[in-house]
Ligand binder design. Sequence first.
Ligand code: NAD
Length: 541
Amino acid sequence: MGKGFFNVPVAVNEPIKSYAPGTPEREEVLTAYKKMFNEQTEVPLYINGKDVKTGDTGTIQPPHDHKHKVGTYHKGGKKEVQQAISAALEARKKWSQMAWEQRAGIFLKAAELIAGPYRARINASTMINQSKTIFQAEIDAACELIDFLRFNVQYMTEIYAEQPQSTSGAWNRLEYRPLEGFVYCVTPFNFTAIAGNLPASAALMGNVTVWKPSDHQMLSAHIVMEIFKEAGVPPGVINMVNADPVMMTEEVLSHPDFAGIHFTGSTGVFKSIWTQIGANINTYKTYPRIVGETGGKDFIVAHASAIPEQVATGITRGAFEFQGQKCSAASRAYIPRSLWPAVEKHLKDEISTIKMGSPEDMSNFMTAVIHEGSFDKLASYIDQAKKDSSAQIITGGNYDKSKGYFVEPTVILTTDPKYPTMETELFGPVITIYVYEDADYASMLKLVDETSIYALTGAIFSQDRYALEQATVALENCAGNFYLNDKCTGAVVGQQPFGGARASGTNDKAGSKLNLLRWVSPRMIKETFVTPTDYRYPFLG
Ligand code: NAD
């Protein structure tokens, strides 16, 4: 240990491949897709570096073809959860002491495995399991996960380099220790990159983890785990266990060595976890770190000076890419009366050209929503909007779950700015629009601020710098990621650190130093060179 101040490779964003017709990457991913779609993958639990098969299994079905089965995943019980915790704590003895450059080497290798030999498979698994188009899979499973791994290594070294001042008589050293215990990582269905990053970022900083992926991401979680193993993550450092979430969380949160949670998912679940941690506080050896990125009700605001085509494109991409299932997806918009006819026309023209179907057909811009529960929830809100006098569906509004969970891109126009779909996170391809009077810009901004409990992302479109400034001030606390003249989705690691406040999360900004700082507990070491031998200070005379 400690034989050099090593420089790590300067992190650069992974270039996004085009997958245009005739490109080799298109051929490769379609081949991987067909193979995976037509075979049965068995996903075990991974505990202490070993595949664990319990025989209690769930099935994996593509949301766009839900009668077709592509595999099974094993589920653990209390026994496996406890085994994973014990394996993590045992692994901690060596992992927490390993030199940082060895940890860096492992995760940099994981990034290169994804960029090269695993790219087609991790993308294909995300297309099949989470119904992403190839472009959405590429920017998530390949590029974003690679970026998380590369940038976090660089951020780790920047953190380690931050040291206090020393004097000639004493040397002050700050050691960035991993947390004492294990970190519980709970991940959502919608981003393969988040699933990989939550355990990887904590492990990179020297922690050991128990990772619970979503039931609806098991195929791509399996590939992520294979990559970690091939990259050299030692046994016990990242243990992947799928189990009943309530049981598993109760087991984990009642363990005295529980040292932190790295969560991404819905607000209600995170609040229940926080409540349990509070109730168990006397159980723990340390105060657990609580990091959670949760729901959103993300907005687009247009000022009268905005360019209608830009607003319409921002809405179309922001609301409907990946079927509106990004936490950052636009789901409410505020358009001035003078601009509405032009925005409405462009919006309808654009949406009418959107094709929806299997991601295997690369002319589709949209595919299916994740599962029947989500489909039914969306259908019920759409049906209600068809009945309500304060709402009108101006495009879309149809849905069909006979083959896959398909919901048309739907725009609801409302005369009530507090209409339920202006306030509630639906997590699907539905956006609600409220048209305001041009003169009411200031009061409309207040409305945006007061309408939702969330504060994740938001976007302002305007050609008037004063209007942009006014919105930036008025909406200061409404979004952790705020966009001027751009859609409210598509944050890139290293460029736009991501996270929201209010009910949207603890805003610890995934893909930044701020997040990594949550996974260390600094130890200050002061070394005095000539140690005093007499307690009397000179002033004592
Ligand atoms: P979810 O809350 O249903 O599930 C997330 C994870 O929590 C899964 O692993 C699930 O099994 C687990 N879980 C479910 N119930 C639990 C319980 N009672 N106790 C403990 N764990 C439990 O979310 P989802 O549907 O997978 O993902 C969509 C949600 O995630 C949306 O609300 C979205 O806004 C949010 N999200 C937020 C961000 C962000 O950065 N803010 C990013 C992605 C997704």
